[in-house]
Write a protein that binds this ligand. Sequence first.
Ligand code: AMP
Ligand code: MG
Length: 420
Amino acid sequence: MLSVEEALEKILSYVSPMGPVEVELPDALGLTLAEEVTSPLDLPPLDNSAMDGFAVRHADVAGAGRHDPRELPVIGYVQAGALPDRDLQPGTAIRIMTGAPIPPGADAVVPFEDTDEVERKVADHALDRIRIMQEAPLGANVRPAGEDLRTGERLMGRGDVLRPGEIGVLASVGRQRVTALRRPIIAILSTGDELLAPDEAPGGGKIYDSNSFSIAAAVRRYGGEPWMLGIAKDTLEDTARKLGEGIAADLLITTAGVSKGDYDFIKDVLTANGEIAFWSVRMRPARPLAFGVLHAPDGRRVPHIGLPGNPVSALVAFEQFCRPAILKMLGRTSFAKPRVRATLRDPIINTDGRRVYARAIVTWEDGRWWASLTGPQGSNLLTSMARANGLAICPEDLDEMPAGAEVDVQMLDWPEEAAV
Ligand code: AMP
Ligand code: MG
């Protein structure tokens, strides 16, 4: 039986990053940049004001204070997005808004709160003069041109992950599109005669297919493009045919049909149409796990992860194996899931030397993390997965972790953390 690490290493050795494509900036979140980006402009383009206030010569307001104001005539107005229509003359002020270019001749901005602007407005006094109640050093509240970025400066490059900040920087230099590694297309197939599609009526001992939907959601969460192939019947022919429909994908994920039951055909499909790499991992839940490659008619070798059918097993195994595979396809190089060290409120029992991933609710109380189990840990109990926000990990070599023990918990809802 393989360890989780050995299994992951094998899977990752079969997947590679996707090729570069042009994407619209709004669609680029989470993708890996595949070009070098230098700035075609200065930002800000001109010296501009950091405050709403009055542009002045700092020498004209030197020594000003609440009890010793300087009264200056207001000779103009500049708003953000417009160029000043006049220069500042010595001994005058120009009203200026945040982001507006500093008029030539001015070298400081006095914010409204250091003037009698408000009193004047309340008293309905003319706004053609202003009292400056505070001195302003040279350059006060002036943001210099090129302070954020300069023409020709390298902004980001190949391998950088596009987070909201990077996307904002690209937009700020006028980019509408960017070259990034494309999202992998992940085909998802559920297998089992007992499964119902959402538009079918319940009855006859059948159950609705939940794996297609939870796995598709997980694929999307980590940046893949899910392609739902539906449900295959428990026959070699139907499973092979449906998998064949999805062979254009970059990765195939199936659920169920990997145990030792009479109708578990995934291994047979892989053996007949490709290669099977292994099918058992030392973990709980999700011991039965198939991995292999299917040979596509065009010669491509498409990796195939066969997750177990039980809904909790499928999601737990997805986190350990499919998530890193998708991240690698996206061009990421770090796959570690974010973890916290928490104090267990309930014991975890480990009966057979596997690594246990117990569904846990993690909270921050009294300055530390606590982990309570979600109740019965059956791998069929999908609601226990829905309630959990973490997977508490009991190592292979411990028979029991008592309440009060310190435990590592993989945080399920911190998906991006490790990725950036
Ligand atoms: P199997 O691996 O085919 O033996 O399936 C293991 C268990 O998971 C069985 O109880 C199945 O009914 C259940 N199961 C398999 N596939 C799904 C699915 N897509 N949605 C919900 N439950 C499933
Ligand atoms: Mg089955």
